[in-house]
Design a protein around this ligand. Structure first.
Ligand code: G3P
Length: 215
């Protein structure tokens, strides 16, 4: 499973990219608004930095508007992916952009039937929101498993981006459930590096060494 960062914060993206762990980036209108910078400039900055798919989301709600916006997003950089909401208009736009050879990421996916519609429209990526499903007492990871089974059974080309990741356990569960990618917020990525036994073990190694060899 590949790791993307779910962020529009250029400093955070750079920090994680410099560690060599990123295969792509996802943004959304909320993440963009949090930074408050020029949206297109931010997307280009990110795409110039990270070598992989970079999702920029449309804000139109009608299919024609989404397609027009999508064409502009795609022109920003060869690695741009057009992120489209899972609505009737979104599916129509996904189909149209796919026919134009533009890659898409259908977002706000919360059910297997929505995933089927997105795969049928030719979505390059589909983004089920694991954390938000967990929030309403539904098993978000079970949806990832079901979508992966469907993709394998019927031979769809779409890749699953496990999204709305809230903690490291979601990353681990996404791997086991068969997600192709997990898009992970900066704070969760930072925590994923840590384990108390790693810290304790390293302290012990260095102390033992110093006792014999000095500092
Ligand atoms: O980018 C979409 C998704 O990852 C949002 O996550 O935490 O707002 O549910 P969250």
């Amino acid at each position: 499973m590949k790791l993307f960062i779910d962020s529009a914060n250029v400093e955070h993206i750079k920090e994680m990219n410099d560690l060599g762990i990123l295969s792509g980036v996802t943004t959304n209108p909320t993440l963009m608004a949090k930074e408050g910078k020029d949206v297109n400039q931010t997307l280009v900055q990110i795409a110039d930095m990270v070598d992989g798919p970079i999702s920029g989301e449309v804000i139109s709600t009608d299919a024609d508007g989404m397609v027009e916006e999508g064409k502009k997003i795609a022109k920003l950089h060869p690695n741009m992916i057009v992120k489209i909401p899972m609505t009737e208009a979104g599916i129509k736009a996904t189909k149209a952009l796919t026919e134009l050879g533009i890659k898409t990421n259908v977002t706000l996916v919360f059910s297997l039937s929505q995933a089927l519609l997105a795969c049928t429209a030719g979505a390059t990526f589909i983004s089920p929101f694991v954390g938000r499903l967990d929030d309403i007492g539904t098993d978000g990871i079970a949806l990832i498993e079901d979508i992966r089974d469907m993709i394998d059974t019927f031979g769809f080309d779409s890749e699953i981006i496990s999204a709305s990741i809230r903690h490291a356990e979601h990353i681990q569960a996404s791997i086991k459930a068969g997600a192709h990618i997990a898009t992970v917020p900066y704070a969760v990525l930072k925590k994923a590096f840590k384990h108390p036994l790693t810290d304790n073990g390293l302290d012990a190694f260095l102390n033992d060494y110093k006792k014999v060899y000095g500092a």
